[in-house]
Design a protein around this ligand. Structure first.
Ligand code: NOJ
Length: 559
């Protein structure tokens, strides 16, 4: 049987607000994306994943949607969308929409109706619960459960007019939909079909493994300084999750050409195998979070240096675990993660290239987040007023209220704030990096004078050129897309090495993930002496010592 097309595809994620502004209001838009199609075609990617472009009060960067079947006025109109989609298709690109259905905005008509009275027919579309017995409604401690929201504070908001609380795992403006109610599920499927009828090619499903909750709503353990508990065990991969995702698949996703990827914080390998087993008809692949948590301490703000051996153990387990059944998605950056070159690289173009090689040569579908292909870095934040991300702002306020040192809190934000990913795309060296003629909604990184697409386009040594080669390699060399994966040197702290094998083709990938030279201690190095160098940062073949941040991809024919 032919392999699905997405096994040899590369996806490019656009965060539209920060990609390209054609209208001059400082906010990226659909027309801006259309104006950059040559760039995307030249890069060679197969699919565009659009972060939300729907109407939204923008409490959480567009992930709070007030109308699922329209385009937000900042981005354009449905006619602009249809034109963009037709143009993309005409250029051989596919388009995947962001599907955010764990929650809506509190300004979505469904929720407006739901909160209007206790007996409204849509009341049960969300999670409404009375205050904890004995407590005083609205006073901390009286919430129906002790769960913390992901954005600090309680996961419950008290609604004075109707005297009940509603659940919001994210912000108070993102009430959770009640997937136990079949009407909710049918309304979501109808909306998905509406987009498919317009011609979109699939969905990236926001926190989709949180849609099934334990209806008993038990309290969770209090791990941090309190008072709130961790409810994850009662809403991550909950009791009916596979039933719901399979039902959605049967209702909407039966066309085998579509792409579905479930974003799944906290998903285990065992669960991921179930989600991505084609025989179970759920999703094609998941975004797992294990590797991007390896440098976290008690919280994501408490950042530690990465131990390369942990990364190998984690990726190695996922590669082996989804080898026979299922499929991996591969990512470093997205709109929620700090920039990889600042995180695990040293900020240099060389480290950007080698981290790209490391990721893209794994088995799975790679996702490139806008600007990653240029080696875009974190932003040099100087104070809290520059941030726009709700998670960062709420965390800062919460930490300061607890007596934390503001400078220390800022240090954490500089390293991991989501706004690092959301600064405008760096197109050229001009004012505002060619992103807008207006005032950008988030500051442009001052390093755009050096790191930008125009400067890299015709430079054979640029990060951009390297990414083009990586993407082309996946299309041209079947062993990259489909070969078996074997991790080597699991205990080496500098060298990340592995092989890929398909039939008689074997690839060896060597990456020096450090700023000092590294000897490569392979069991039979001489057997690679005559291997061909497919891609290298330094043009050197063989298995000799790697220069700082050097990477090589070698190919040989085996019996
Ligand atoms: C995951 C999204 O990627 C993130 O940006 C958002 O804040 C949450 N889900 C809530 O929708």
């Amino acid at each position: 049987m032919a392999e699905p097309w997405w096994k040899s595809a590369v996806v490019y994620q656009i965060y539209p607000r920060s990609f390209a502004d054609a209208g001059g209001d400082g906010i990226g838009d659909l027309a801006g994306i259309e104006s950059k199609l040559d760039y995307l075609v030249d890069l060679g990617v197969d699919v565009i994943w659009l972060s939300p472009v729907y109407p939204s009060p923008w409490d959480d960067g567009g992930y709070d949607i007030s109308d699922y079947e329209d385009i937000g006025p900042d981005f354009g109109t449905l006619a602009d969308f249809d034109r963009l989609l037709a143009t993309l298709h005409g250029r051989g690109l596919k388009l995947v929409m962001d599907l955010v259905v764990n929650h809506t905005s509190d300004e979505h008509p469904w929720f407006v109706e739901s909160r209007s009275s206790r007996d409204n027919p849509r009341r049960d579309w969300y999670w409404w619960r009375p205050p904890r017995p004995g407590g005083q409604p609205g006073v901390p401690g009286t919430e129906p459960t002790n769960w913390a929201s992901f954005f600090s504070g309680s996961a419950w908001e008290f609604d004075l007019p109707t005297g009940e609380y509603y659940l919001h795992l994210f912000s108070g403006k993102q009430p959770d939909l009640n997937w136990e109610n079949p009407e909710v599920r049918q309304a979501v499927y109808a909306m998905m079909r509406w987009w498919l009828d317009r011609g979109v090619d699939g969905f990236r499903m926001d926190v989709i493994n949180m849609i099934s909750k334990d209806t008993a709503l038990p309290d969770g353990p209090v791990r941090g300084p309190g008072p709130y508990g961790d409810g994850a065990a009662f809403f991550i991969d909950g009791p009916r999750i596979h039933e719901f995702v399979n039902e959605m698949h049967k209702a909407v996703l039966t066309d085998g050409d579509l792409l579905s990827v479930g974003e799944m914080p906290g998903v285990t390998l065992e669960e991921a195998r179930l989600f991505t087993d084609p025989a179970r008809a759920e999703v094609d692949m998941v975004f797992q979070f294990e590797h991007v948590g390896l440098d976290h301490g008690l919280s994501k703000w408490d950042v530690h240096p990465l131990d390369l051996r942990d990364l190998k153990a984690s990726f190695g387990r996922w590669q082996a675990g989804l080898a026979g059944v299922g499929w991996n998605s591969l990512y470093w950056d997205n709109h929620d993660q700090p920039r990889i070159v600042s995180r695990w690289g040293d900020g240099s173009p060389l480290s950007a290239k080698t981290l790209g090689t490391l990721l893209h040569l794994h088995r799975g579908t790679p996702y490139v987040y806008q600007g990653e292909e240029l080696g875009m870095t974190n932003y040099p934040w100087s104070d809290i007023t520059q941030f726009r991300d709700i998670e960062s702002i709420d965390h800062y306020a919460d930490a300061i209220a607890r007596g934390a040192d503001p400078e220390l809190v800022l240090t954490g934000l500089r390293q991991v704030s989501r706004d690092n990913a959301r600064t405008p795309m760096q197109w050229d060296a001009s004012v505002n990096a060619g992103f807008t003629t207006g005032t950008p909604w988030l500051p442009v990184n001052p390093n755009h004078s050096e790191i930008n697409a125009a400067a890299q386009r015709d430079d054979p040594d640029s990060v951009l050129t390297h990414y083009k080669r990586l993407i082309a390699l996946r299309h041209e060399e079947r062993a990259v897309a489909l070969g078996d994966f074997t991790m080597l040197l699991p205990e080496d702290r500098q060298v990340y090495a592995f092989t890929r094998r398909l039939d008689s083709t074997e690839l060896l990938v060597l990456c020096n993930v450090s700023g000092t030279p590294a000897a490569v201690e392979l069991p039979e190095p001489a057997s690679w002496d005559s291997a061909e160098l497919l891609l290298g940062t330094h043009g050197t073949a063989g298995t000799g010592t790697l220069q700082p941040w050097e990477s090589r991809v070698l190919r040989r024919v085996v019996a």
